[in-house]
Design a protein around this ligand. Structure first.
Ligand code: AOF
Ligand code: ZN
Length: 323
């Protein structure tokens, strides 16, 4: 099962709102096939795993291990439970039940009703840390919010009415990787109008560029630009309504990129699930817009690293482990 979780990791960044899932087949105490969910809309881990086994005659005597409960409904792909049944498998070991209410325990029950032996290891913690975004979407019905903020060594995030570059290009690669893994990037109206940011994952491979959400606009408006991205201008709302309207627009993972007031709003209402705080140690601005505060009672530092003389501090919301 640990190997299944390892395989699942290979889909990171490409499965969008879908969970990371890994699977393998064991025959005679040996792993004979492996697979993982590689991209959004693509076939599921179990299917890829079964398909990669050349000698299909082994299936009846093999045990399928999969990190997440097999799905029991046709979505973008047919139901995995049917695939398992049609291939004559008899034993399935799963890491954890699916968080998706359309699947939860029903995949297990269906397989059992068809005389398949199913063992659920119920590795809740491991599953949650692997698929925290999917977990939040499915159980809280809200987008997973990532905050990102960059400041100078003396604590400024920019200057008023002027675009100031805070981070080095090497660090932008990291930011663009995060952009490539979300479905929308959110900024405040001032940042949108003064910085005119592209908000694209230019320096990192992205199959689909994230849409744009501009907050604090007077009127609601959605437009599609030449490259196919959508821009939604949304008005400022109280936190609960904002979460709901963004989720209703279909966004599951949102990167909040500023400016200071937007960041402060998300931080003080504990809307962020995780935050990346970047400090450029080579840059001193002496004046400008002071960096907002991250409420350290609500967020914990989980990792810190130095990269091209920038300090990258990764934070997680404290209550994530208890939801
Ligand atoms: C599995 N194995 O590898 C994954 C599962 O639209 P679809 O067809 O891709 O279905 C998406 C749902 O299927 C998703 O919400 C989750 O419940 C489950 N994901 N299930 O058996 C997999 N990725
Ligand atoms: Zn499936």
């Amino acid at each position: 099962m640990n190997r299944c979780f390892e395989l699942a990791e290979r889909g990171r960044g490409a499965t969008r709102s879908n969970p990371l899932v890994g699977a393998l087949l064991v025959y005679n105490d040996k792993i004979v096939a492996e697979g993982f969910h590689a991209f959004y809309g693509g076939s599921h881990a179990e299917v890829n795993c079964i398909n990669s086994l050349t000698n299909k005659e082994l299936l009846g005597e093999s045990t399928l291990y999969v990190s997440l409960e097999p799905c029991n409904f046709p979505g973008k792909t047919p139901a995995c439970t049917d695939y398992i049944l049609n291939h004559g498998l008899k034993k399935v070991v799963i890491g954890c039940a699916d968080y998706n209410p359309r699947v939860r325990n029903q995949g297990i029950e269906h397989l059992r009703s068809q005389e398949i032996e199913v063992m659920n290891l119920d590795w809740q913690e491991k599953q949650k840390s692997l698929n925290i975004r999917f977990f939040i979407n499915q159980t809280q019905n809200e987008p997973y919010f990532i905050g990102k903020l960059a400041m100078s060594r003396d604590g400024y995030i920019g200057r008023k009415r002027e675009r100031v570059k805070i981070t080095a290009p090497e660090i932008d690669v990291i930011s663009h990787k995060i952009r490539s893994e979300v479905d929308a990037v959110l900024v405040g109206r001032t940042t949108w109008e003064i910085d005119k940011p592209s908000l694209k994952a230019r320096m990192y491979h992205a199959d689909i560029q994230p849409d744009i959400i501009v907050l604090n606009h007077d009127e609601k408006l959605s437009i599609t630009i030449e490259d196919g991205r959508q821009i939604h201008f949304v008005s400022g709302e109280e936190p609960k309504a904002l979460k709901k309207s963004l989720f209703d627009l279909g966004y599951k993972n949102i990167l909040v990129e500023g400016g200071g007031e937007v960041f402060q709003f998300f931080s003080s209402h504990e809307l962020f699930h995780e935050v990346l705080w970047i400090e450029n140690q080579d840059l001193v601005l002496e004046s400008g817009i002071e960096a907002p505060k991250l409420n350290h009672a609500d967020y914990s530092l989980i990792e810190q690293k130095r990269y091209f003389n920038h300090i990258l501090s990764y934070h997680k919301r404290n209550d994530l482990s208890t939801i």
